[in-house]
Design a protein around this ligand. Structure first.
Ligand code: BG6
Length: 494
């Protein structure tokens, strides 16, 4: 399927995201024929580059990160253009008017324009206004859509202010709030797994599910992003957006039909049903942590406070674990344990659905638990764990597994998250983009955590290369459980 012909304008074109994710995603889409010939990319930033120097930089980034061939690289780079603009100065946007008119004419793109704000968040409220000052937001002549990178606000109040700022110049149907976790194939597969199989749905509720674990672990530290990360922390960086969206996919009701509105209605309902966190919750059901020096996969790494751009007395959390609940008929009383952290022993995102045990243990007291492990990344797949008889005398049960690995799907062409989401935005499909009501409900939910932090709430230390603070183990142990150690999920196919 081809996309609608368009010009993609990337604000923040000299930034990291453009080099590492956006241009590679567009290049790969081009390579597999999903962009056709009628598209152009206009990089916009303050740096004084021109088309040639911008192409050169993007070419270098592609050669470094992607599997390229000279021929497709040259062809793709011919679609790249650059315009230096002082992005905070409305008058300077006048330069974009003739530039865009030329590109639309040259590529026959009918005025269709996708703006991508990949700038510091302080510009998210400014760029729409500056575009509007030159009529670059109106849809009289082709569609205009705007992608907003995360973070969408810093808390509920700032998210609301930002919403008002953007809505003054763009309507909701033009706004695409990107959460790249929703672009991951395995996250979308959750919906297919749940809603296109007769087996799972009848069991997918409080009658059969004991608890749910969601882990978003990373072995990397803050790398070169200490300055950004310190103002954000694990809560804003991963939990409020990516992990709550994943939780919503696990918990949502089946949408009446698959379209942007009904899907996002169901996501928003989950966010609204999250049980508000009380003082007791933030004190007992929340653990915040910060890594100190340690060994990650055999390599000695520094502590968070020694990272570049991080103040020596920072209280920013690099780990967070929370027990929360969803107050509705399906989930009442089922704990959701969600954790995320940097400098943990492995990079792994997974969901574990722990089913209740049989009402009476006929064969042994320690019958294996039934669980469904959904591995979002890496080694994407699904593993069902259940008990079978241990060969030999007696009736002792042992845990066995039935596994599916994406890698075994021969010839499957899986788009990366940014590829999928850019394509959807060009097609005008907002299903996998966060809607304003869900974003606000998520901010509302996490506000008590922000308050707890601001009021000097405890930040536990954990050694880099471990699974987080001991307090997090105690948190889940109160229900007699332990966190799954997610290494070696899938047995390799033999
Ligand atoms: C980003 C965060 O949104 O997601 C990063 O800002 C984090 O800190 C990244 O590393 C994780 O994404 P992924 O796709 O690698 O799991």
């Amino acid at each position: 399927m081809q996309t609608e012909n368009s010009c993609i304008v990337i604000f923040g074109a000299s930034g990291d995201l453009t080099h590492r994710k956006l241009i590679p995603a567009l290049y790969n889409l081009f390579k597999i024929g999903r962009l056709g010939e009628h598209f152009s990319v206009l990089g916009v930033a303050r740096s004084e580059l021109n088309d040639e120097t911008f192409r050169q930089k993007m070419r270098e980034a592609l050669i470094k990160n992607e599997d390229t061939t000279d021929e497709t690289l040259d062809e793709f780079c011919r679609h790249l253009y650059y315009q230096a603009v002082n992005t905070a100065d409305a008058a300077d946007y006048a330069k974009l008017v003739p530039r865009l008119a030329d590109l639309h004419h040259q590529y026959q793109t009918d005025g269709n324009t996708l703006y991508y704000m990949s700038t510091p968040p302080s510009l998210y409220g400014v760029i729409p206004e500056c575009l509007a000052a030159h009529g670059l937001n109106t849809e009289e002549n082709g569609w205009k859509r705007i992608i907003v990178e995360k973070p969408f606000g810093y808390d509920e109040k700032t998210a609301q202010v930002l919403d008002v700022q953007i809505h003054r110049f763009f309507e909701e149907h033009q706004i695409y709030r990107i959460d790249h976790y929703l672009g991951k194939e395995t996250v979308q597969n959750l919906l297919v797994l749940r809603f296109s199989n007769g087996w799972f749905e009848p069991l997918w509720n409080r009658n059969f599910i004991d608890y749910v674990e969601i882990t978003g672990a990373e072995s990397i530290g803050v790398e070169e992003r200490g300055g950004y990360y310190d103002g954000s922390g694990a809560m804003r960086d991963m939990f409020q957006n990516h992990l709550l969206q994943v939780l919503a996919m696990v918990a949502m009701e089946p949408p009446a039909i698959i379209n942007a509105d009904s899907m996002r209605d169901e996501v928003a309902k989950v966010m609204h049903c999250l049980r508000p966190l009380t003082q007791e919750d933030v004190e007992h059901n929340l653990v915040l942590g910060q890594y100190i020096a340690g060994d990650v996969n055999g390599e000695r790494v520094k502590g968070y406070l020694e990272e570049k751009g991080v103040p020596a007395d920072s209280r920013t959390e690099t780990y967070m674990a929370l027990r929360c609940e969803i107050e509705n008929w399906r989930w009442a009383g089922v704990p959701f344990y969600v954790r995320t952290g940097k400098r943990l022993p492995a990079r792994v995102t997974e969901i574990v659905i722990h089913f209740k045990t049989t009402p009476h243990p006929v064969f042994s007291q320690n019958a294996p638990e039934n669980k469904l492990i959904i591995r979002i990344q890496p080694d994407e797949g699904i593993s069902m764990r259940f008990g079978l008889k241990k060969p030999g005398a007696g009736f002792e049960a042992k845990e066995v597994s039935m596994d599916f690995r994406y890698a075994d799907l021969a010839g499957a062409q899986v788009l990366t998250a940014y590829e999928r989401l850019l394509l959807d935005a060009m097609k005008g499909d907002a299903t996998l983009f966060a809607r304003t009501d869900a974003v606000h409900a998520a901010w509302q939910f996490v506000q008590p955590i922000l308050d707890y932090k601001a009021n000097g709430g405890r930040i536990h230390e954990y050694e880099a290369g471990t699974w987080g603070p001991v307090a997090a183990d105690k948190l889940i142990a109160r229900q007699g459980k332990v966190w799954r150690k997610p290494s070696g999920l899938m047995k390799k196919k033999v």
